[in-house]
Design a protein around this ligand. Structure first.
Ligand SMILES: Nc1nc2c(ncn2[C@@H]2O[C@H](COP(=O)(O)OP(=O)(O)OP(=O)(O)O)[C@@H](O)[C@H]2O)c(=O)[nH]1
Ligand SMILES: [Mg+2]
Length: 369
């Protein structure tokens, strides 16, 4: 599973700076980006458990999971009401989650388009833009279905009527200021599938990242996060802060130098790791591992995935020809120290297709094709 995080925000909020910080890229910042421009980067997911397993098994390769970041042009107030450009909407729609970069830093040399720096106002602005974008799509769909339905008969008609009812419900929720991520869970599986197909923006988990200046790090940034959390933390939403500028610069250093700088600034975990952790949490993603002399590797699945489906992450053949999964939980592996000791301790399990994979499970699939 490749996970994609798309960065949104007002023009000049620091999206590209944060993108550079999170991906250790070196894209030019400060030039107002065009609406249709997008930067893409692939990042290895930091995972201490994979690191430890790699030490234990000493394979030729360590293969962490991947995460994709996309940095798009600014979304400004009023844009969505007119309809976002196909390119920008396309870029936003492909995100599994959205990362909203909000300007919290003060800089007199960089005037804010709304005249002052106000993170809460800007979060509201972007939330509204995302709502308007969804509402526009839902309304168009309602129009289209309403026109089409009289021409249909039988099952086709039923399917379209069901979708129309769903669209009316979504419209009602959006007009009541309820993001669709809070609606999905209450729908029938069939409607959930239809909704997913539209990739509507408020149905995606949202990570709000306050982009603070170096001088705000610490108490001030914590207070800003607290305030934003009070107002905006709802299911599927997280709030956090980082100093994009500094972390962008630190991202260009070697790991050792970076650690020293972060410690000096009182930052205990780089935002690169934290943002991924928070996003995986919002998306309900967990890793499982495969280990061996060739490679130790992390795979990403959704919490609740059963063994036979998790196998498809590695190869569809393994899923199709599934015989069984040999599973060791991560803690058992670390406690025992080696596969031989795990077996001696009776912690080596044989599981069937419907075994629900746990975070950190070490799995060896037996299959036959
Ligand atoms: N002082 C200060 N400036 C920052 C900080 N983060 C970003 N900037 C500056 O803000 C300006 C805009 O940053 P970008 O990262 O290009 O912002 P953006 O959101 O990608 O802008 P668009 O793509 O044009 O919408 C640049 O001049 C950055 O150097 C910060 O934490 N402090
Ligand atoms: Mg930019």
């Amino acid at each position: 599973m490749t996970t994609k995080l798309v960065i949104v925000g007002l023009p000049g909020s620091g999206k590209t700076t944060v993108f550079n910080a999170l991906t250790q890229s070196d894209v030019a910042t400060g030039g107002f980006s065009g609406q249709d421009e997008a930067h893409v980067a692939v990042v290895k997911v930091p995972d201490e458990r994979l690191d430890l397993l790699t030490e234990m098994f000493n394979p030729q390769r360590k293969v962490p999971a991947d995460i994709h970041y996309v940095d798009v042009g600014g979304l400004s107030k009023g844009m969505a009401e007119k309809g976002l450009s196909g390119q920008l909407l396309g870029n936003l729609s492909q995100g599994d989650a959205l990362v909203h970069v909000v300007r919290a830093f003060e800089d007199d040399n960089l005037p804010h388009p709304d005249g002052s720096v106000d993170a809460v106002r800007d979060i509201e602005t972007i939330n509204l833009e995302l709502m308007f974008s969804d509402l526009g799509i839902v309304e168009k769909r309602i129009e289209r279905l309403t026109a089409q339905i009289p021409k249909f008969k039988g099952t086709e008609r039923e399917v379209n009527e069901r979708e129309l009812a769903l669209m009316h419900l979504l419209k009602e929720k959006l007009e009541a200021d309820i993001p669709l991520r809070e609606v999905v869970g209450d729908l029938e599986p069939e409607d959930q599938k239809t909704l997913r197909g539209f990739a509507l923006l408020t149905s995606k988990p949202l990570l709000i990242l306050l982009n603070v200046s170096e001088s705000q790090l610490g108490e001030e940034s914590a207070a800003l996060v607290e305030r934003a959390r009070d107002q905006f933390a709802r299911p599927g939403v997280e709030v956090d802060a980082l100093c994009g500028q500094i972390e962008m610069e630190i991202g260009q250093l070697s790991d050792e130098d970076a650690a020293v700088f972060l410690a000096d600034l009182g930052i205990d975990e780089s935002s690169r790791a934290r943002v991924i952790r928070l996003s995986f949490g919002l998306l309900g993603l967990i890793p499982f591992f495969t280990v061996g002399p060739d490679e130790c590797r992390a795979w990403t699945i959704t919490r609740g995935t059963v063994a036979v489906d998790a196998a498809a992450e590695i190869h569809t053949d393994i899923s199709r020809g599934f015989i069984r999964a040999e599973v060791v939980s991560y803690d058992d592996m670390i406690a025992a120290g080696s596969m031989a000791e795990v077996k001696k301790a009776g912690k080596f399990r044989r599981e069937g297709k419907t075994y629900v994979v746990e975070s950190g499970d070490i799995i060896n699939y037996l299959f036959n094709v």
